[in-house]
Design a protein around this ligand. Structure first.
Ligand SMILES: [Zn+2]
Length: 342
């Protein structure tokens, strides 16, 4: 268990006898909400519970849980997640087309298929756990299908809705859940953890991840690309076409997110004199931002926010990227492009 989750875990563990039947577990992105929810689910089902410890790891229930076949547990997640976790080594690798076909959402029939599981008695100690992750990957129709189960819960059933975007859930769903919030680790704790994992440039990566250590570890694997991109963005005379070509090495959503962080820092530098994500490049951000109109930066940020919704599956990734980067250069030049202002 991550150190920054231990206190929350203990307080939940002590209250396990009077737990609500639906828990909305929300956490900042990149801090390990899924790992926490799995460990908690296992502790709820463990048959040799101890006061101060998480699941015992020894009992029959813990054995089943670890093997992924506890009869009173269901993990509901998008097909695209399952594929990544379960594809065996000797399976042929998925083609991009096959991967695109896998749903990024929890489908409505996955929720409907819970019904037989919820209708029979429990197999073991009387508790049953359904973990939905990420809960915000349910569209409104799927959430409504789940709602019925949340309204008339079977005895002993606990639903855990784990999410980093609780605002995407319907108010009707949220209102039926007890909310449990996981917080960010303290910066020093996060830094220490990253160093223990052998992450290079831990401080810069943690800043770029907005303080989220797991995200920082992922970004560290992409440090070469992200550093090159930041160097280009800092260049007043950036060549949009060349950078778009360079960005073909990355997923569009990664580039849009990196651009967003960069421009957020430019605006923040102009408004409050602070740089949040690029602490190691503050001087470059400040210098660039000083020559830009905050209005234009804000307009471009809105455009990036809209682009993020399309970035998962752009029709033409190359054109998508060129368009965004021409917009960036226009912003640096003080030009206003149509489409920047809704
Ligand atoms: Zn156990």
């Amino acid at each position: 268990m991550y150190k920054w989750h231990i206190d929350t875990f203990h307080s939940l563990h002590q209250k396990r006898a009077r737990l609500a039947h639906a828990i909305l577990l929300q956490a900042p992105e990149g801090t390990g909400v899924f790992e926490f929810s799995l460990e908690w689910a296992q502790a709820l089902l463990c048959e040799s519970v101890q006061e101060e410890a998480p699941a015992c790891g020894q009992c029959l229930a813990c054995g089943w849980f670890a093997a992924g076949n506890h009869p009173d547990f269901r993990l509901v997640q998008p097909d695209s997640y399952v594929q990544e976790a379960e594809s065996a080594e000797d399976d042929p690798p998925l083609t991009a087309r096959e991967r695109d076909k896998k749903s990024d959402q929890i489908r409505i029939d996955q929720v409907r298929e819970l019904q037989p599981f919820l209708n029979v008695g429990t197999h073991r100690a009387g508790r049953r756990v359904v973990l939905l992750h990420p809960a915000d990957s349910m569209n409104p129709a799927t959430q409504n299908a789940l709602l019925k189960n949340l309204e008339e819960p079977a005895l002993g059933t606990v639903f855990i809705l784990a999410t980093t975007h609780a605002h995407r859930l319907l108010p009707t769903v949220r209102s039926r859940c007890q909310v449990v919030g996981l917080s960010h680790p303290a910066p020093l704790e996060a830094l220490q953890w990253l160093r223990e994992q052998g992450v290079q440039q831990a401080e810069a990566m943690l800043a770029m991840a907005g303080g989220a250590p797991l995200l920082a570890a992922v970004l560290a694997d992409r440090a070469d690309f992200l550093n090159q991109l930041a160097e280009q963005l800092a260049n007043r005379r950036m060549d949009a076409l060349a950078v778009a070509a360079m960005c073909q090495r990355a997923a569009p959503v990664e580039v849009v997110t990196a651009l967003y962080r960069w421009c957020y820092d430019m605006l923040s530098s102009r408004i409050s004199g602070r740089v949040r994500y690029h602490a190691d490049r503050a001087a470059a951000v400040d210098a660039l931002a000083a020559q830009c109109s905050p209005r234009l930066i804000a307009g471009y940020l809105r455009r990036l926010a809209r682009a993020r919704a399309l970035a998962e599956h752009p029709l033409n990734p190359r054109l998508f990227m060129e368009d965004l980067l021409f917009g960036y250069v226009a912003m640096l030049d003080g030009r206003r492009l149509s489409g920047d202002y809704p």
